[in-house]
Design a protein around this ligand. Sequence first.
Ligand code: ADP
Ligand code: MG
Length: 681
Amino acid sequence: MSHARQRFQDQLPTDPLSRPVSDLTRVAEARATQLARLGIHTIGDLLMLRPRRYEDRRQVQTISSLGPGDIATVRGRVLASGLKRLGKGRKTLFELILEDDTGRVHCRWWNRPYMKGQFHQGTEIIAHGRVHTSKPPAMEHPETEAIDERDEPPVHLNRIVPVYPLTEGITQRWLRSLLFEVLQQYRGHLCDPWPISLGREFPSREEAVVRLHFPDHPNQPQPARQRLALDELIQLQLSIQTRRKRLLENAPLKICQGDNRLIKPFLANLGFRCTDAQTRVLREIRADLLSGVPMRRLLQGDVGSGKTVVSACAALMAIESGFQAALMAPTEILAEQHFQLFERWFAPLGIDVHLHTANRKPTLDPTQPTLAFTPESPSPGSLAVGTHALIEGAFSPDNLGLVIIDEQHRFGVAQREKLVRKGNYPHLLVMTATPIPRTLGLTLYGDLDVSIIDQHPGGRIPVKTHVRTQSSLPKVWDFVHKQLDAGRQAYVVYPRIETDGNAGPKGLKAVTREFDSLRERFLPHATGLLHGSLPREEKESVMRAFREGHLQLLLATTVIEVGVDVPNATIMVIENAEQYGLAQLHQLRGRIGRGTHESHCILLTSGKSDEANRRLTVLAKTTDGFEIAEADLLLRGPGDLLGSDQSGLPKLLFADLTKDVRLVERARHFAADLLKTDEWI
Ligand code: ADP
Ligand code: MG
C-alpha cells in the first residue's frame, strides 16, 4: 500500500475507499482472491490500478486497410475457428477468422488449445495486435474481447478504453466494467488531500483518477498520472521533512567547539595535504558541528576521493570537544580495515579505538597500559569502529557526539535511525561512493544536507578498463602474471562462492572452484582466498597478508567491494562481469588505481549477450561515477542502484524516480509549504 493512501486513510478512518473490495456487490469471494493477486485489497487500491495502456476504439480500423507491421484494433464477427495439431509433438495452433464489411483477418495463437470453444460463430469481437502478413492479413496472439451490444453505457466501445494488467480468471471486460461502475459510485470520495492548491496545471485528484481510467482524449492520462505521482511524492516528502523538523525540535545541543589540539598534529603527520575539496567539506562539517542543531550530512565522493580522512577529522572535532564518536561500516572486512587505520592514526594522539563486530566485542583488558593524561586536559573521547553490531549489540555510549556511517547505500534509513537514537541524537555524517542521481537524492536523502568531494588526490593515473570474453582468458592470465612479476598485486573477483554440480545453471564461476588451478598457475607467487563464508579470523588474516604484501594474488567474492584500500594492487579481473550493475562494477574497480602505478580492470564476460557487453563498455569509456550511476539508473532502475533492502521507499505506483525530476522538486516545495501551514500536522 502506498504511503499516500495510508495517509488518506489515517485522516479518515471511516473512508469508504479503505473498505475491502469484497464489499462491492460484483466482487464475490473468489473475485476478491483474484484481485488480491493484482495487489488490490481495498476499493481505494482498485481505483489506483494503473492501466497498462489505452486502446483508441473511437475509430477501429477496417480490415481491408491492414498492412503488415501495423498495430491495429479491428472489430468483426467470428466467421470460423479451429484448432490444428502440428507435427508429432504437442504443438497446437488455434485459428480464428474475423470478418467485417471490408475483409477477413486471421488471428492465430500458438499452444493455447484451451481457446477452442471460447468463440462462437457470429460473435462480435474486438482484436488488437500486430499484423504479420498481408495476404491474407494475419495477427499473431492478438488481445481479444467480446462485444455485447446490450451493454451498459459506453464502457468498452466508441471510446478510448483502458487495458489493465490481468491475472488468471479475470477478463479485461469484467475489470473495466467494474472500474467504470466503482468510479461512478466512489469518485466523490476522491478528495484533494492537501489544504493548499497545487496550481492549475494539475487536475484535481478526482478528475485525475477519472481521466486515468476513462479519458476522453488521448492526452488526458498523462497529466492524470502526474497528479497522482505528485500526491505520492508529496506524501514522501512530508514524512521526510516532518522527521527532520522533529529532530531539530527535540535534539539536545551538542556543540563541538573543538580546539584543534588533536586535528593539528593529525594533519601534520598524515603524510599528505588535504585536497581543496576535502578542505571545503571539512569546513562545512565544522560549521554544522558548531551550529547547535545536530548535523545531518551526506558526504558523496567517488571511490578513492579520500572520504576516510575527512571522517577522521570529523571524529577528532567531536573528540576534542569531549564526545565519543562511532564509525559504522557495512562489512567486517571494512570495519577491520578502518579499525587498523584509525588505531594507527589515533593511538599516537592518545585516543582509544575499539572494534565492535558480531564476533568481536571489545573487552576491557587490564594488561593494557592506560594512557596518561595531564590533569588539565579534558578527558579524551574514544572512537568505536564496527559493523551493524553497533546497532544491535551492547554498544551503549554515554556521550556519543558523532556517528559516521561509511558506504551509506548499504544501510537502510531505519538502521541509520536506530544507531542515531541509541546515541541520543548525535551529529551524523553518512558517506557514500555511490553517486546518487539528483531525483533519488532528493527523495531518499531528503533529510540530509549534501557535501561533495569532486576531486581525486593528485598523482593518480586513471584505471584502464577492458572488456574481454572467455576466449581471451589465457592472455589475461599471462598479463596478470607479468604484473605480479613486476611487483604488483591483483584481485580476481567471482560472483559465487561455490557451485553445486558443474558450472551452475548460468555458467557462473565460483571462487572456491577456481582457486586450486589458479594457485598452481601463478606460482611462485602466493595466492589467497577470501569470501564471506570464511571464519572471521581467517578473513582478517588473509586481508592482512594481502595488505602487507605476503599474498600477491587475491581470489575473492564481492566482499572486497567496498572500501578496501591496498595501493599496490593494480590489477582487477572480474569474472562474469555481466552479472553486476555498472555502479557495483565501478565500486569494485575503485579498489585499484590507488597508487602511483598504472592500473587495469579486466571485465570478463561469458560473451553470449551483446547487450551485456555494450553495457560494460560504458565503464571502459568513463570513470565518472555520476555518469555511470545515471546510466545504471536508466538501464536497471533505482532498486538496483540502491540495493534491494536499502531504500525504505514506499512503493510508488505512479511516480518514476528516474524521470520525474521536476515533480520531485515540486513535491519538496509543496511539502515545505504544507508544513508551514498550521492546519497540517
Ligand atoms: P574513499 O573515498 O574511497 O573512502 P579513501 O579515503 O580510502 O577513499 O582514500 C583513498 C586513498 O587515498 C587512501 O590511501 C588515502 O590515504 C589516500 N588519500 C586520501 N586523501 C589524500 C590526499 N589529500 N592526498 C593524497 N592521498 C590521499
Ligand atoms: Mg571508503
